[in-house]
Design a protein around this ligand. Sequence first.
Ligand SMILES: *Cc1c(COP(=O)(O)O)cnc(C)c1O
Length: 326
Amino acid sequence: MAPADLAPPTMRDVLDARRLLAAHLDPTPTRTYAALDHATRAHVVVKHENLQPTGAFKLRGALNLLQRLTPDERARGVTAFSTGNHAQAVAYAARTAAAPCTIVMPTSPNPTKADAVRDLGARLVLAGSTFDDAREHATALAADDGSRLVSAANEPLLVAGVATAYLELLERAPDLDVLVVPVGGGSGAAAACLVAHALAPDLDVVAVQSAASPAAHDSWRARDLLARPNTSRAEGLATGTGFALTQAMLREHLADFVLVDDDAIDRAAALYLTAAHTVAEGAGATALAAVLADPERFAGRRVGVVCSGGNASPAELRRVAAHLPG
Ligand SMILES: *Cc1c(COP(=O)(O)O)cnc(C)c1O
């Protein structure tokens, strides 16, 4: 179980988050594409979180958390560590809440994401070669300056905020058979499990991670928090350990957890470009990659796929372009 201060959020928290977020964010589109159905032989419903103002779903959680800080907490500010999208989300939400914000990213970050953090007015610190190194540095910084450390996964308010995406999706597509969610720290999948369990108990939530960064997958299978090699190119999925809060929630309601390789993720991103006219970064294309990888399982079913983010770097787009037809 998660420690007591990490009690999982409830549906009431999700509804509170939705009320709060309504003032800040429009719902994202829910779309179907004949070309995606053709390629997957399934009925695919895409939830376009890549169209959020910061290009990823994490903004929902960050706004929910930052808007609920006390005046004193706001004044002391927030620190976050991230390979990119959590950073942008916290920076955006901190600007909205007028709270000082420090972001720690691993050295050599995705330049698209690093520039976005600077553009949002946050202080950017580059430290460590991986997400886990950046976490240690950020923890020390926050202990030093008294700011609130915002974890990417062990935060009930983040999970509750993120869950509003699944509320929107199930309202628009109440008849899904299965929902496929990409996993890094697990907030998205935990949120999907919470909402699906409450609103659509027959809906199977299937999580997917890159085989090159399988910590969340292996932790879920072992029912333990494990550290694993972490070399996925898909930054949003690149975590090296399982997180207590999200793993506890996944243990309750997740139907299955699968792995795909990074090249399959690139092919799915290319398909998004041609079939759905949409830019997905690697993590954003991973749910679709899982559907493409297992037609036996998904063919003929109504499958929700979360296109979780669109912050592909120029280098990533060039690599994905190699998979375009013709
Ligand atoms: C963070 C992220 C994920 C993984 O989400 P978790 O909640 O950390 O599991 C997936 N896709 C994108 C685009 C992300 O930024």
